[in-house]
Design a protein around this ligand. Structure first.
Ligand code: ADP
Ligand code: GLC
Length: 477
């Protein structure tokens, strides 16, 4: 049995802004189910929610500050959670990265550096004397200083750093390194320095014993300039210690058979009932309730990464195709405005909800016929997997985890029962529109459509296999 300290800035259902939370909520549970001794450590944000009891564990004095560690557990699991309680940094409204107005916290470097220092204390057995982990598993830039600081400790545990998104690197002005009082030994171009800036992610990429990312295809992509953002050389250099492990999904949270957020539960055998969710979705979005009209959905952060510009370019032609489109998301204000404008122009065809709504996200997965995910890059992506599990056919661009989890519909994949979606290559509205037309042709042939839905629904997206791969990695270190 391995003792694992899992370090993350978000974990569902405690706190979530995106897929990182889904993964950091469900992977620790899957490892616990493999009988591993795992604890998760996370800042005690004001917005963090739990139904479980919280108790005081201990106080620490770190970096001239008094910090409390509180203990709770992940709802419905054996995973113990340590909350880093420092109200002066974390007890404010807003999300882990931005304030209520959507502006990044001005002291993000300080907030996450302190979090990393406390994770190092936990890693060295200084939070709980009887518990020193064998492995510390860090996630994304917010945890990048952990492997760096641990590299200076004697008798330290092994470290794994998982890249969920290379586009976010935690870059701060170079003088921040001094403000944070970081050890001078870490401050050089082969350390935390990146073109005279302080790079949190480099702490993970340079000092972790092993680097993983969330799909095999993305593991290759980030070694190229297009996806590596200047760190491709470093990643290539570390390629012997870099691998892709595809994310799983939480099969209990995302299960059309007993999803409590949807209007009607269903399985592959009762897929005809899916239309009740479609009607409910059309109603919720104020669209005409017509069963025959193919309904396209999209959920996501409204940022470049997700190909929202391609959607905006395609919508004027999409509305001529006899389809409906619903979108749930928030992010770039300009994208939000342009989407709203189109929705106002075509109220019977396009409806959008700007905001974050967990239950509506489930209803879209259940009620839409087609799910759009034309990402420019996608380290893994979870919605295309949720869609398949709900018999909602994803249209995805062939990149990162999308390429690894969706099988394009072709004569041969129809024949061998593997077709589970539609995959296109070029990041252009032309290519997206072509695949939408393909979807409409397939949709008009009820037998073929049902077959693709059934193939998609029976695919195995559980954590089982990937959690075993992480465990094998921990054992190898
Ligand atoms: P990313 O992490 O890049 O945002 P993923 O596909 O990995 O993309 O995961 C996104 C997760 O966040 C999914 O669980 C998705 O349902 C959820 N999500 C994104 N935007 C919203 C929103 N506006 N409302 C509810 N859930 C959302
Ligand atoms: C990131 C990526 C997304 C991935 C998620 C969980 O937010 O953008 O592709 O699914 O992390 O690993």
């Amino acid at each position: 049995m391995k003792k694992i300290l899992f370090v993350t800035s978000e974990a569902h259902p405690l706190i979530k802004t995106g897929g990182l939370a889904d993964v950091c909520g469900s992977l620790p549970k899957a490892l616990a189910e493999l009988s591993q001794d795992i604890k998760l450590i996370i800042p005690n944000y004001q917005a963090l929610k739990t139904t479980e009891k919280i108790r005081f564990l201990c106080s620490l004095r770190v970096d001239n500050r008094n910090i409390n560690i509180l203990e709770t557990r992940m709802p419905d699991s054996d995973v113990i959670v340590w909350l880093v309680d420092y109200p002066a940094y974390y007890n404010f409204p807003g999300n882990p990265y931005v304030d209520e107005l959507g502006e990044p916290w001005l002291n993000n470097a300080e907030r996450f550096a302190l979090f990393c220092r406390i994770a190092v204390e936990a890693a060295m057995g200084r939070v709980h004397q009887d518990w020193k982990p064998d492995v510390v598993h860090c996630n994304d830039w917010q945890t990048g200083l952990v492997p760096a600081l641990l590299s200076l400790e004697h008798n330290r545990p092994s470290t794994v750093f998982t890249i969920h998104n290379m586009a976010y690197q935690g870059l701060f002005p170079g003088r921040t390194a001094a403000v944070l009082n970081l050890p001078g030994k870490l401050w050089h171009p082969a350390g935390l320095e990146f073109h005279e800036m302080l790079s949190f992610i480099k702490g993970g990429l340079i000092y972790a014993d092993y680097i993983t990312t969330v799909s095999p295809t993305y593991a290759l992509e980030i070694q190229t300039p297009e996806f590596g953002y200047g760190l491709e050389g470093l990643l290539e250099h570390r390629k012997e210690s870099l691998g892709g492990i595809i994310n799983g999904i939480d099969l209990e949270q995302w299960n059309p058979e007993d999803d409590r957020y949807i209007a009607q539960n269903y399985t592959a055998a009762t897929i005809h009932k899916k239309r009740i969710n479609k009607a409910e979705l059309q109603k919720r979005f104020g669209l005409p309730i017509i069963d025959d009209t193919p309904l396209f959905g999209l959920i996501g952060r409204l940022v470049e990464q997700k190909g929202i510009d391609l959607i905006l370019e395609s919508l004027p032609e999409m509305v001529t195709m006899g389809l409906q489109f619903v979108l749930l998301g928030s992010g770039d204000k300009d994208f939000e405005k342009q989407l709203q404008k189109l929705a106002d122009l075509y109220p019977d065809k396009i409806a959008i909800t700007i905001g974050y709504d967990e239950s509506l996200a489930h209803l879209i997965e259940a009620g839409a016929d087609v799910f759009l995910m034309p990402s420019r890059f996608e380290p893994c992506g979870l919605n295309q997997m949720y869609s398949q599990r709900y018999g909602t056919i994803p249209i995805v661009r062939k990149t990162g985890g999308l390429a690894d989890t969706v099988t394009d519909t072709l004569p041969e994949t129809i024949a061998n029962d593997t077709a589970s979606g539609i995959v296109f290559n070029e990041a252009s509205s032309g290519a997206l529109l072509e695949s939408i037309k393909r979807a409409l042709i397939l949709y008009s042939s009820a037998g073929t459509w049902k077959k693709i839905q059934t193939n998609a629904m029976k695919k195995d997206f559980s954590w089982q296999h990937s959690a075993e791969l992480y465990l094998a990695l921990y054992k190898n270190l």
